[in-house]
Design a protein around this ligand. Sequence first.
Ligand code: ADP
Ligand code: MG
Length: 161
Amino acid sequence: MIRTSSVEQTAVFARVLAAHVQAGDVILLTGNLGAGKTTLTQMIGKELNVRGRITSPTFVIAREHEAVSDGPGLVHVDAYRLEDAMELDDLDLDAELDDMVTIIEWGRGKAEQLSDSYLDIFIDRPEPDPESEARTYTLSAHGPRWEGRIEQLTTACQEAL
Ligand code: ADP
Ligand code: MG
């Protein structure tokens, strides 16, 4: 588990995470409203240097942000309103999946089937104080794409934070 105690520290986590992702990766972000799913996605998008403002994609379910320079772009999905995995399959993200990093808010239970591999991140707020910037990130990697890489990522996070 990774702990951050401020927005600035979460930005450091996002920087380390962005340095370890590659085109074709799928990241599922789960955690209550206000946990920081969109904020983390914005921070990763900034590190990947993608075009366009990353906002809560509540009305648009999926939004594509191309990379300004070399490196993968970002597909940002909000699965909150989707009933099940089948509805996500209907979005036909397959074409983008290989060239982009795909981040799916509320992805748990709905997006595991998109790829043979995914990184599941559960975000929690450990402090009851609503003003607290403390967050915990529980990472679990699934599938061959993350084999070996998850240890590197975890070590890099521990070193940076
Ligand atoms: P979600 O998408 O999970 O509903 P948002 O990212 O929209 O959450 O909102 C998170 C809110 O919490 C933002 O207002 C953000 O400024 C605030 N916040 C406070 N501390 C942190 C932190 N460490 N990481 C991310 N967001 C934080
Ligand atoms: Mg959100």
